[in-house]
Write a protein that binds this ligand. Structure first.
Ligand code: ADP
Length: 252
């Protein structure tokens, strides 16, 4: 599906330091509704930190993050605690590892947030959860516990858990990097289906071939800044910036 002209997310001037380590030095990018943005770059360039700032898992030191129809959250001291909640309501994160509760079944893992935190009607949540588990091929695993599932299955449960939050934007942080190579494909194919359905997403990934296949836009970060942004096919095949060229040549 092609992205619409509506800007869903605007990120401006994002700065973040951990102690003396200035990790983000003024990041700017935007996501249109229905757009898939791949955030790529060398290890340590700040991709995960940028992603975590988008949904308030990290609180940036400066800059703004604004979702369409909501207030642009400005990271000054006064709005910090509130900012995190405003952002968390709009996006959902799929982590490198699945972060599932080991003592809860698959069904409970994906329903507990919507029932206990979002206070949505239990029957409706459970129905929706079963539907989504079916969709990712895990309908028969609803009553299973996470440790009886493969890594790829656990990661697919992690994706359902994110979808159950009914976010406007899905955030993926290296969703396949902790998986054995033979399990990567099943997770990527679920992400690709979601992209084709029109979900808006930001995807931090090393899988450049996958990014070329699925992303509309590539944002290349290096050293805490955005070095190049553009059409995914173009940036990955004929990057304009020498740093992007060197990175892409090594990995593709
Ligand atoms: P990337 O995703 O591009 O590999 P990260 O955002 O994970 O980069 O990390 C960028 C830098 O920030 C690294 O130097 C890392 O050590 C540092 N960093 C990330 N998270 C933390 C943290 N919670 N505390 C201290 N330093 C951190």
């Amino acid at each position: 599906m092609s992205p619409s002209s509506t800007t869903l997310l605007s990120v401006t001037g994002l700065h973040k330091a951990f102690g003396e380590n200035q990790v983000l030095k003024g990041i700017n990018f935007s996501v249109h509704s229905g757009e898939v943005v791949a955030l790529i770059g060398p290890s340590g360039s700040g991709k995960t930190t940028a992603l975590r700032c988008l949904n308030g898992l990290e609180i940036a030191d400066a800059g703004t993050v604004g979702f369409e129809g909501g207030p642009a959250v400005s990271f000054d001291a006064i709005t910090k605690p509130k900012s995190a909640q405003v952002l968390r309501d709009r996006s959902a994160m799929v982590f490198q590892g699945h972060h599932l509760f080991p003592h809860l079944t698959v069904l409970q893992n994906v329903s507990i947030g919507p029932i206990e935190v979002q206070k949505r009607p239990r029957d409706q949540v459970l129905l929706e959860a079963r539907k989504l588990l079916d969709r990712v091929g895990l309908g028969s695993k609803a009553e299973a516990y996470p440790n009886s599932l493969s890594g790829g299955q656990q990661q697919r449960v992690g994706i359902v858990r994110a979808l159950m939050q009914q976010p406007d934007l899905l955030l993926f942080d290296e969703p396949t990097s902790a998986l054995d190579p033979e399990l990567v494909g099943e997770v990527l194919s679920v992400i690709k289906e979601l992209a084709q359905e029109g979900w808006s997403m930001v995807l931090v990934t090393h899988e450049l071939a996958f990014a070329r296949d699925v992303a509309d836009t590539v944002v290349f970060m290096d050293g805490g800044v955005v070095v190049e942004t553009g059409n995914a096919a173009q940036v990955l095949s004929t990057p304009a910036n020498p740093r992007t060229q060197a990175f892409v040549q090594r990995l593709l």
